[in-house]
Design a protein around this ligand. Structure first.
Ligand code: UD2
Ligand code: MN
Length: 607
């Protein structure tokens, strides 16, 4: 290009970016909703206080507020022209990130919940790169790891995953893993139906990602168990790392996982699974817990017995876990093959995590959780997909594992699930001969040595409780108590029926100072609690549903309400404001609607 052409080209670029910056600046400063994003304190209510620390990512120089988004237009260009590209390259999360501005936002959010069971509107707005809070114990930063660690193949199996969540998983790995330790990322598409996961994904990877990312497509839906085996069979790294397709790895996540495997190839390791809220996408630290299970063969989290946490490294040292949650672990590849990979007779979802956990322990391996390795995972309240024939694959898979691994203790399972006793479960002869070949110990040995707490059911349980390090959570402090007064109608928000009735609706009624059913508490976690009983909740996935009274769950999102500019009452996971449906109707129904600052949406706390 000649220098004159170059100069005109530069002028052109400059002109375009200045015009865009100006337009965006005007748009975001004029729009009413944007004003609402600036937390202006309102009369009669404590000024907006940020959520407790655990809800917030740490401040980082790359981060910016949502209202500053125009400043960050260069982040956008990184994503090319991908259809359905994230709207922002945002890395800092505001609780109002899910605000709905128009019907398109509404559609993205509602369809997202339907297809993925989490807030895809926020996921898209977040983009493919973001910083997450470093949730490790400070002691972890002092640790050093060998320089000659084995390199890893990361296998991510996905079925109908939200594009932005999948890409954030991939980019978080690329952004936070030393190149010499990351051999490849293998994405296994389990015959997804969503079109953007086909050509668009291929195109995106070809254009934007280094050669390290490979996509393998299953010709039919296999389920995550065979899907992972297929992924593993393509892997050429020394260590396999499995992750779900809606994860974000944290700082220095891989080195602490690879080190114990290097020391002993029969050690299987799990990171601590941090919590990414399905409603707000806020990343928060998980308590240190270990894996267990119940006799219904459901995985559960248990407190870590103090005896496991002894030693100089305290809370930062690896500890044994009777089971793994399933989605996130690392294992020497040859050992994965020797130990019999997974049971290929298991379908779609469920049970494989207990099966591999029992197998690891009973056949001479070790299963550890590594507190210095943190990976966030979107925990959903509902699985958004079914199995091809509508089968209960969890029951099928659990039956297989009970018959192969649990010896006489499978009776405990049938005591809980008597209807499954005569249910067929396919051929398990290969798995039985594997158990034989590997010379594995009995299930009784496993219970006695690895999970003695399991026998503590029944009348003596209380006496023998081990000492736990985790205490129950503290209830958040109340900031305000009083009536919630609607400015348009001069009426007060109240339970429609009895305030203790779970699932009950709320309506506006004539204010009555003596009515305890009109007394709300607003606490530092932004919950609205009626009569000290139930929380105002929007856990229904469609925002057209009205708010209801539900048990307080303490995890934000659907029970998080913010008072903002114009006295609006903003619901964090729905992205809308509460309003009176029809002021003339004496029934006083309330509903959620796009925040518009109108009087029907104005509420004030009165002590
Ligand atoms: C947990 C595990 C999950 C798995 C499951 C039991 C964590 C964080 N997650 O459930 O990994 O062990 O328990 O089976 O420990 N998928 C497919 N094909 C399918 C269905 C799912 O590829 O037919 C993918 C899916 O896109 C996701 C992964 O498998 O990436 C796990 O599925 P999930 O996220 O629905 O499972 P989750 O986290 O509820
Ligand atoms: Mn998952």
């Amino acid at each position: 290009m000649g220098s004159a052409t170059l100069r005109y080209f530069c002028y052109g670029c400059l002109f375009t970016s200045v015009t865009w910056t100006l337009l965006l600046f005007i748009y975001f400063n004029v729009s009413e909703e944007n004003q609402a994003l600036k937390h202006v304190p309102i009369k009669g209510l404590a000024p907006y206080k940020p959520l407790p620390k655990r809800f917030y990512p740490r401040f980082n120089r790359n981060s910016f507020q949502i209202s500053d988004r125009h400043k960050n237009s260069q982040v956008r260009s990184r994503f090319g022209n991908h259809v359905g590209e994230p709207e922002e390259g945002n890395s800092e999360l505001s609780p109002e990130m899910g605000m709905i501005f128009n019907e398109q936002d509404q559609k993205v959010r509602d369809m997202g919940y339907q297809k993925h069971s989490f807030n895809v509107l926020i996921s898209n707005r977040l983009g493919y790169h973001r910083d997450v809070p470093d949730t490790r114990d400070p002691k972890c930063e002092e640790k050093s790891y060998p320089s000659d660690l084995p390199f890893a193949s990361v296998v991510v199996c996905f079925y109908n995953e939200a594009f932005s969540a999948l890409l954030r998983t991939v980019h978080s790995i690329l952004d936070r893993t030393p190149a010499n330790l990351l051999h490849e990322i293998i994405l296994v598409d389990d015959n997804s139906e969503l079109v953007d996961l086909k050509n668009e994904l291929d195109e995106y990877i070809q254009t934007n990602l280094p050669s390290k990312v490979k996509v393998i497509r299953n010709e039919k839906r296999e389920g995550l168990i065979r899907g992972r085996m297929i992924g593993a069979s393509h892997a050429t790294g020394k260590v396999l790392v499995f992750l779900d397709s809606h994860c974000e790895v944290n700082e220095m996540w891989l080195q602490p996982l690879l080190t114990p495997i290097k020391e002993d190839r029969k050690t299987v390791v799990c990171p601590v699974i941090d919590i990414i809220s399905a409603d707000t996408l806020i990343y928060s630290s998980s308590p240190i817990v270990r894996g267990g299970f119940n006799w219904g063969l459901h995985f559960k989290w248990d407190p870590v017995p103090l005896s496991e946490m002894e030693g100089s490294e305290g809370a930062s040292s690896p500890f044994k876990s009777p089971t793994m949650a399933g989605g996130l672990f690392a294992m020497d590849k040859d050992y994965f093959n020797e130990l019999g990979q997974y049971d290929a007779g298991m379908d779609i979802w469920g049970g494989e995590n207990l099966e591999i956990s029992f197998r690891i322990w009973m056949c001479g391996g070790t299963l550890l959780i590594i507190p210095c390795s943190r990976v966030g995972h979107i925990f959903r309240k509902r699985r958004p997909y079914g199995s091809p024939k509508g089968l209960d694959t969890m029951a099928h898979n659990s039956l297989r594992l009970a018959h192969v691994w649990m010896d006489e203790y499978k009776e405990e399972y049938f005591a809980v699930r008597p209807e499954l006793r005569n249910r067929s479960y396919g051929n398990i002869s290969e798995r039985l001969s594997l158990r034989n070949k590997l010379n594995c110990k009995s299930f009784k040995w496993y219970l006695d040595n690895i999970y003695p707490e399991m026998q503590l059911s029944g009348p003596n349980a209380k006496k023998q409780q081990p000492v736990f390090i985790n205490k129950g959570p503290k209830r958040p402090k109340i900031q305000q108590r009083g009536r919630l007064f609607n400015l348009q109608t001069n009426k007060c928000l109240s339970a429609q029926g009895h305030p203790s009735q779970k699932g009950g609706l709320v309506v506006v009624k004539d204010c009555d100072v003596n009515d305890p059913n009109q007394i709300w508490s607003y606490n530092e976690d932004h919950e609205l609690i009626l009569s000290n009983l139930l929380c105002l909740d929007m856990s229904e996935t469609r925002s057209s549903d009205p708010p209801r009274l539900m048990k307080c769950h303490g995890s934000g999102g659907s029970q998080q309400w913010l008072f903002g500019k114009n006295n609006h009452l903003y619901q964090v996971s729905v992205g809308q404001c509460m309003k009176i449906v029809d002021p003339l109707n004496h029934k006083g129904y309330v509903a959620m609607a796009i925040c518009d600052g109108s009087a029907l949406q104005q509420w004030r706390f009165e002590s």
